[in-house]
Ligand binder design. Structure first.
Ligand code: ASP
Length: 359
């Protein structure tokens, strides 16, 4: 067999390398990369513990967004990434003002046309509330994806890096457009309208009761199986752009032997709305009901949700006669978000009920 000289061997090697590059689609990109902005709010994804085996005792909101981005291999092949620190808090410290600030920033960024998709990193404890708020206040069809993690960045088997990678996959992909705000953790994709945290510590904690997830993200590819039918984002009537605060709405948790104490305190505190997390199909203990009827007569909007975790709260002749609204199938914490936004527009019960049925 004829042996190759040095120049011939070099030419063959270059040819082989070029062929390999062309036949490896994962490494090549057609056209410029999409631009994805990551807005960081804190949480466990930015959490640090003192040892890798401490997965529950740690300080959330410790790392900045630049270090989080650096810890995820391969992001640079998915999108042109930039990061911005909006807050760095444990999400149990989230406020209405921070949600408003985040919604305003997302609307600003998407309106410039220089960003193709947004990722929000957020603590998981109240992630569903912020995600639903954004679902109602972001005025754009471009992808907005919220993610977080259950284990701190320092943990053995930290889940943050893959969750962030998958969030960027979704935010950079045109197939995510127009689906409302998405939430991804643990390789699943959920609608912000339905998703809720269901387990205190498991990485498999985000679920959409009754309806299931919208799809999955696996090895850099989104798989969608469902679309949401409720109004959201570009078709929402709510506008957060000029609001400095939101009308105060609190949740009261119903239980056997309920009393009027908390309802009376809510009225005295000047609340504009009350979500009652009722038993079963939104049932309320008689003494508590009495206080809520009085509150409704004073103009406070009362919404019956359920503490069961799934299902629709249906209207009844009795509750309708008191002017109580039902949350449809929103859980109490999401019902609070919608009622605050509804109250920026109206206090008419019929209108508020329409909103609960449409969003
Ligand atoms: N306490 C944390 C938070 O919500 C939990 C988490 O992010 O997983 O900020």
């Amino acid at each position: 067999m004829k042996t190759l000289n040095v120049a011939q061997a070099f030419a063959v090697a270059v040819l082989l390398m070029l062929t390999a590059a062309i036949s490896c689609p994962a490494e090549t990109q057609a056209g410029p990369l999409p631009k994805v902005k990551i807005l960081a709010m804190g949480g466990t994804i930015a959490g640090v513990a003192s040892t890798p085996t401490e997965t529950k005792d740690y300080k959330p909101g410790s790392l900045d967004i630049a270090s989080i981005i650096r810890s995820v291999p391969g992001l640079e092949r998915l999108a042109e990434i930039s990061g911005e620190q909006v807050a760095n808090v444990d999400s149990s410290h989230m406020t209405d003002e921070l949600m408003l600030k985040l919604a305003r920033r997302i609307n600003e960024l998407l309106a410039t046309g220089t960003v193709d998709g947004i990722v929000v990193t957020h603590g998981t404890d109240t992630l569903e509330e912020t995600a639903y708020f954004l679902n109602l206040t972001v005025k754009n069809l471009k992808p907005v994806v919220v993610t977080g993690s259950m284990r701190p960045s320092t943990a053995i088997s930290a889940d943050g890096p893959l969750n962030l990678y998958n969030a960027v996959v979704l935010a950079a992909d045109k197939r995510s457009r127009g689906r409302g705000v998405l939430v991804t953790l643990n390789e699943t994709v959920h609608s912000a309208r339905y998703v809720t945290k269901t387990n205190t510590t498991s990485v498999d904690t985000f679920r959409s009761p009754d309806l299931g997830c919208l799809g999955y993200v696996l090895d850099g590819t989104p798989y969608f199986y469902q679309t949401i039918t409720k109004r959201h984002t570009a078709s929402s009537e709510f506008d957060a752009s000029s609001l400095a605060s939101l009308p105060r709405v609190d949740i009261i948790y119903g239980h056997a032997q309920g009393s009027r104490t908390l309802v009376d305190a809510a009225v005295a505190a000047g609340l504009k709305g009350i979500i009652i997390a009722g038993a079963g199909n939104g049932g309320i203990f008689p003494k508590e009901k009495e206080a809520l009827i009085e509150a409704a007569k004073k103009g406070i909007v009362v919404v019956r949700a359920s503490r069961t975790g799934s299902g629709v709260v249906t209207q009844s002749r009795e509750y309708a006669s008191y002017g109580f609204v039902t949350s449809n199938n929103l859980n109490p914490q999401k019902a609070r978000i919608l009622l605050m936004l509804a109250l920026t527009k109206t206090t008419q019960r019929k209108e508020v009920q329409r909103m609960f049925d449409e969003y």
